[in-house]
Design a protein around this ligand. Structure first.
Ligand SMILES: [Zn+2]
Length: 348
């Protein structure tokens, strides 16, 4: 199987160039890759008008730059991102990404940039030529979904919670500025958010042929568009950012809703969970305990400040501050969480 790889440069900054992988729904021979290249490059650049094409080549799967994937149980693979805030050093590769391979392939979160999505696609292509049929977005945050366009181009159906599109559209402008500032313009070159092809409002089973996924949209918790994915054969639950390990949890939905989700452990308990950030797998109890402790402290301290009649500015200066042990990026994320928690709980 061959792949078209182009070198593209930012029109506004012609020295800023990177290789971009342009996938196709059907596998290409080397001859077919060369034959259609010019037309496919023109079509792709039309969708990415901020870029200028510079050069191109056709590469076999084995030559592509691939993310590290590890098989946690047969047929279930995870790329573990760095559990830290986005920096130019990690290029936005901070979230855990899942791949489930049956007769068809499903991706659970395609990663935080076009480049990361391409790296995940390349890693899949180094394992199998089977079609990537579905990409499931666990929620709207850029570090989880900005790689989706790669898989849309590869013919995958993008599936998400019904609230994801409106949440993404509400934030798109802000994220278009903040994410390249955090990750670096080069890391984000060619990155474009895509909206889901299909949303699901109730649990749904997807049969990949020899592997079965149960998708479950959730009530508002980490965000208002969280979705979990259970691999039924192995009892592996992809929680998205409903579970953070190591990276400070960011509250962008409902604190009481998130605590409520944690209080209702899935039954039967999954054999393992893949958290949104942290190790590739953890057990439910040990994996969720630090998160639960932090969110409980955030709620308790916020309520105490509100009861004491503190104004928001005064309250958020200290709420949660004693909870930073073991969490990366704590001060900045906790400060934002304290504001979100105060706004939610002051109306109780
Ligand atoms: Zn998130």
């Amino acid at each position: 199987m061959f792949h078209l790889v182009i070198t593209a440069c930012l029109a506004a900054e012609p020295n800023l160039c990177a290789e971009r992988l342009l996938p196709t729904p059907d596998p290409l021979t080397e001859a077919a890759c060369h034959m259609g290249a010019e037309g496919r490059i023109a079509a792709w650049i039309a969708m990415h008008p901020e870029l200028l094409p510079h050069d191109w080549r056709c590469a076999p799967s084995g030559d592509l730059r691939a993310l590290a994937l590890s098989e946690i149980v047969p047929g279930v693979w995870v790329h573990a991102g760095q559990p830290e805030p986005v920096t130019p050093a990690n290029g936005g590769d901070i979230a855990n990404l899942g791949v489930v391979i049956g007769d068809r392939v499903a991706v659970i979160d395609p990663g935080g940039s076009r480049a990361i999505g391409e790296g995940l696609y390349a890693a899949i292509r180094q394992i199998t030529d089977k079609p990537v049929a579905h990409v499931i977005l666990t929620h709207m945050h850029p570090d989880h979904i900005y790689g989706a366009e790669v898989f849309a181009e590869a013919g995958a159906e993008i599936i998400a919670h019904p609230n994801l599109a409106s949440g993404l559209e509400r934030r798109a402008e802000v994220w278009a500025e903040t994410v390249p500032r955090e990750a670096g313009a080069l890391a984000m070159l060619g990155t474009r958010a895509v909206l889901p092809d299909r949303t699901i409002a109730a649990p749904e089973v997807i049969d990949l042929g020899g592997a079965t996924l149960r998708l479950a949209p959730m009530a508002t918790a980490h965000t208002d568009n969280d979705m979990t994915v259970l691999h039924l054969e192995s009892g592996t639950l992809f929680t998205g950012d409903l579970v953070f390990v190591g990276l400070t949890p960011s509250l962008d939905g409902s604190l009481t809703g998130w605590l409520d989700w944690l209080d209702h452990a899935p039954a039967p308990l999954p054999h393992r969970i893949v958290p949104g950030h942290g190790p590739a797998t953890v057990e439910w109890e040990t994996g969720t305990a630090p998160l639960r402790a932090y969110l409980t402290a955030l709620a308790d301290q916020t309520r105490a400040a509100i009861r004491a009649g503190k104004a928001m500015g005064e309250a958020v200066a200290h709420v949660g501050k004693d909870q930073g042990d073991g969490w990366n990026g704590f001060d900045e994320i906790n400060a934002r969480n304290a504001v979100t928690a105060f706004k939610e709980l002051e109306w109780e």
